[in-house]
Design a protein around this ligand. Structure first.
Ligand SMILES: *[C@@H]1O[C@H](CO)[C@@H](O)[C@H](O)[C@H]1NC(C)=O
Length: 480
């Protein structure tokens, strides 16, 4: 064959559907082979937009002397690229993999994250030089997929009547989980005890029974034994009947792991680093595939909520998704994210803004409403307020956040912070924690501060510190 894929994780999601629909004859058992058939038949743009899953691909079309790159809509699969002015191209799933390349240029070449939902075409000149000739978006996270192998509204009720919408949400959610059930490896689930992961875990267990999977579904929670999240996860696991495992996590372990986490993450975003430390402990559980993510947060007005959820979705690859991928992939886990299913998000974002906003101060009201009265998860969990992953997992007595602050207070003095903007003129840290994290980042990746374009912060929240516990939307239930 004149084509070769270097890395393509189409994640088993739709390749069978497409394969059957177009009657492709496979020569291998690799799911990525679908790319070669689709590319040959439809060309790069249509090929990319037909893929319903998470992927990053490098396609070499030797007959036409082209190199093609592409990355999934939300950037769940990582892809970094380096292109020098004199036509040297290198790509890698981690930025650090491109650091030590010897190029003929005198200044270090810029390493950039490949934009999610885009593809790029390069001409391979006879001289051996590579030139970018096309960069286009094939899919945006707020749109329905253009060339999906299915009709997005198939099996759904029409109109915005509450009962119809609730039923549609359930159908799409279940189908999103079902698609991700196919795996060669045993499937497990991160269970934080929050709404999203509990719904995923419960649906997973239900489907596994229906499909008669030969093993029980494992769930994993992480945190101090007396943390609110671990207690909530325990309740959910007992309710749904999963094989539950608790990974104990102490602030001391978190502090020890910080440097390693920052090296893996390749980021100095405070929220991302803080929240990654816990996930990182999953290295004990290499044999499982994991799934989780939380998406749409609370905002003061419908308009702001709508705009901000779109922005946050578009930037997931810089923060949440980056964290989830790095901290799991670093230990050979494969992450699957039902909440980032195309059909699910496109449908959710197509609903009238008033339906999607928080009601009575409860975020994700519609999602909760959709699963009300079904006994899928315990009622107290269905209506439980969000604990940010980084904070809910540590002991109520002393949070990860305050332990970390205490440690940093002894490591960074006031005069260092005062001079921070001189030392780090781009994205200067404004807190000791930011300074501490940035120092570690610069130690390993000097001059690469553009890898984190800005700090994560929901725009509509008036706060200078993104720590979840200091944000009003994360306030614990009064009855807890
Ligand atoms: C603050 O820490 C830096 C780096 O360790 C040190 O050089 C400096 O003398 C300290 N300044 C004060 C006022 O303690």
């Amino acid at each position: 064959s004149s084509y070769r894929t270097a890395r393509a994780g189409v994640s088993a999601v739709a390749h069978q559907l497409l394969k059957n629909e177009f009657e492709f004859e496979y020569q291998t058992k690799v799911d990525g082979e679908i790319l070669l058939h689709l590319y040959e038949r439809f060309g790069i743009e249509k090929m990319a937009s037909m893929l319903d899953g998470v992927f990053a691909f490098i396609l070499l079309d030797t007959a036409n002397r082209k190199v093609l790159l592409g990355r999934d809509t939300y950037g769940v699969r990582p892809l970094f690229r380096l292109l020098t002015d004199d036509g040297f191209l290198a790509v890698c799933s981690e930025a650090k993999g491109l650091l030590d390349l010897k190029t003929s240029m005198s200044t270090p070449a810029k390493i950039t994250a490949f934009l999610p939902g885009h593809f790029e075409v390069f001409d391979l000149k006879l001289t051996g030089k590579v030139e970018s000739v096309q960069m286009d978006r094939f899919h945006c996270c707020t749109e329905e997929p253009k060339h999906a192998a299915y009709n997005i509204l198939e099996g759904l009720g029409t109109g915005f009547e509450l009962e119809t919408v609730k039923s549609n949400i359930r159908i799409l959610f279940e189908s999103a989980v079902k698609k991700r059930l196919m795996a060669h490896r045993r499937i497990g689930c991160l269970l934080s005890g929050g709404l999203d992961s509990s719904l995923v875990a419960a649906t997973l267990v239900k489907l596994a029974k229906e499909e008669q999977l030969p093993y029980p579904i494992q769930t994993f929670s992480i945190g101090a034994e007396d943390s609110p999240d671990v207690a909530a996860a325990r309740k959910v696991a007992a309710h749904i009947g999963s094989e539950h495992h608790e990974v104990n996590f102490t602030p001391e372990e978190g502090i020890c792991a910080l440097e390693e986490v920052i090296v893996h993450l390749e980021s100095y975003d405070i929220t991302t680093v803080r929240a990654s430390v816990g996930l990182y402990k999953y290295k004990k559980y290499k044999k499982t595939n994991a799934c989780l993510l939380s998406l749409l947060n609370q905002a003061p007005s419908p308009k702001a909520a709508a705009e901000d959820s779109v922005r946050l979705l578009k930037e997931l690859y810089l923060f949440d998704v980056l964290r989830a991928d790095r901290t799991t992939a670093a230990h050979g886990l494969e992450l699957r994210v039902p909440f980032l299913d195309h059909r699910f998000t496109a449908y959710y974002l197509s609903l009238p803004e008033e339906m999607r906003v928080p009601k009575d101060g409860v975020e994700k009201h519609l999602l909760r409403e959709a699963f009300k009265g079904l006994n899928l998860i315990p009622d107290e969990i269905l209506w439980r307020r969000k604990e940010a992953f980084s904070d809910g997992m540590t002991s109520i007595k002393k949070s990860w956040y305050s332990s970390l602050q205490e440690h940093i207070e002894s490591e960074v003095n006031d005069s260092q912070l005062e001079k921070a903007s001189v030392q780090f003129p781009s994205n200067p840290p404004t807190t000791k924690e930011g300074f501490f994290i940035r120092q570690i980042f610069e130690k390993h990746y000097p001059g690469r501060c553009e890898w984190t374009p800005h700090y994560w912060m929901p725009r509509w929240i008036k706060a200078t510190d993104p720590s979840a516990r200091t944000l009003s939307i994360y306030k614990p239930n009064k009855d807890q």
